[in-house]
Design a binder for this molecule. Sequence first.
Ligand code: AMP
Length: 628
Amino acid sequence: MINPFSKLGISDDVVNAVKDLGFENPTPIQEQSIPVLLEGNNDFVGLAQTGTGKTAAFGLPLLELIDFKSNKPQALILCPTRELCLQITSDIKNFSKNISGANVVAVYGGANIMQQLREIRNGVQIVVATPGRMLDIIGRKAIDFSNVKFVVLDEADEMLNMGFQEDINDILSTTPDDKKTWLFSATMPPEVRRIAKNYMDSPVELTMGTKNTGNVNIEHEYYIVRARDKYAALKRIVDFNPEIFAVVFCKTKLDTQDVAEHLIKDGYNADALHGDLSQQQRDKVMQRFRDRNMQLLIATDVAARGIDVNNVTHVINYSLPDEIESYTHRSGRTGRAGKTGISICIVNSKEIGKIRQIERIIGKSFTKADLPTGFDVCEKQLFALVHKVHNVEVNESQIEQYMPRIMDEFAELSKDEVIKRFASLEFNRFLEYYKNAPDLNSSADDRGERGERGERGERGPRSSEGYTRLFINLGSVDDFTRGDLLSFVCNNGKISGKGIGKIDLKGVYSFFEVENAAVESLFNNFKGVEFNNRGVRIEKTADGDGGGGGRSRGGFGGGGRREGGSYGGGRREGGGGERKSYGGGNKREGGNSGGGFRDFSGRSREDKGGAGRREGGNSGGADRRRRS
Ligand code: AMP
């Protein structure tokens, strides 16, 4: 049977190389563009998403069109980021591994230029470059582009977004007029159109899917939460997806850093990727993510451009992008290479309009999803654990010596009992963590909430003048109305109704205001008070309220407070220590806490410091350097 790539006109050496990579059939974009590009005499515009097999779509024809007996640069591939540059270089090296004399060089900022110059001097046919460093090298007169036959502009829209227009002009002006230009872009804004018009001669234009349409393998969901519950919602989503491997997008470097730091402190296997990290740090973070030693990569749009990691299960938009078109790029980090993926937006009720705009642009509808309850999470995690136990690889030779003692220990227990206890070991911790976990869902018409927050900022309502805002672990689920709560507080606190200010009735907890002068006596009077055999707890809220089951110090609501309070969904501190007692052998020590049955393989808490480092003023992989 003829190999489908051979049918498209690809030679045996290259076909064998892609077979080794596991490519059995061309992707649609490859099927459409390879025959056109192989002709070698057309300019070309390909409108295609990331992850569709673009690199091979232009890389394979290039290998057929280049004269590898000559050691002069004949193809120049420009792309927006260092990550993409390295990825394309590595792909082309793989595709050309059976071609003798084939040389590819990666030219990008933030790395030793001498090494790149040396490789160029030694002779290369294909140069893959980010614009800033390329110009630098051209400026040193260290490269001769007079034999360039093909220029590929990959992720052209991103290069323009990043301000590379002028650099691209300058670079292209050093290449021969009769070269062919192949442009790939996920979107086609007027600026990209302009490039096509200025640099190309009647290009062949192919659109893979509808213009701006999102990848069909990606499902889009949104969750509506109060702004202050965003972080808690993020954790809930992660906890509900034990096998999650996700990129979480934030708008600013600061948010990225904050979210990553909080997740790390809360025991999640996360790290930050943004422009304030040095190149070395970024490489380290990306390597850990690629190797799946990290579950959650928290990134800014710029830093995440060009990230090519397969099997990302979720993209989480912790904040929506300012530029709606960026959504396509973000969501394109999942659903790659024929896999399915989910792109999630955590929004507040004011942002629904933006979701509708995105729907129009990508031509797909979002599903409004409800955040799972604490109980749902417990159930999901329990069965993930059961599944893991079932599938664990047993090291027979090592465990053998301990078996008699283990059997001895369990001699009194039935099989059912033993299983129940193993499952409970983690399940109890989860139940404890999620007990009293609030409903984080907010409705689209949550106007009252919105008004209040609008006035007082996202941290939630503050106490009125002369009053102290208190938390109480009773709410509507206890069948309380505001009136019931008022009388309950007045009766037990021995205070008149006049001393109580605003009452904010929630689900499993509520807030109420008390005159400052009455706070102390109220606390004393509430000692030992019970409701339905449950201890009633009253606590001062920190400044605003502690909504969403508790806010950690950094201003995030969350499923569990880490310090200074005990209300909400339970504490996390116990988790790490608990694991230590049995987790040593599987690298879990110190890294985990009560948030889940997560397998935090890898670093201990101390050396998870990646998210905290900020040295260096590197431009974060996006090679934006200008000549000066
Ligand atoms: P790209 O859009 O070039 O970044 O490719 C996305 C992913 O799909 C990469 O991991 C490629 O290795 C993979 N890929 C590209 N072409 C094929 C193919 N024909 N069959 C299977 N996987 C492919």
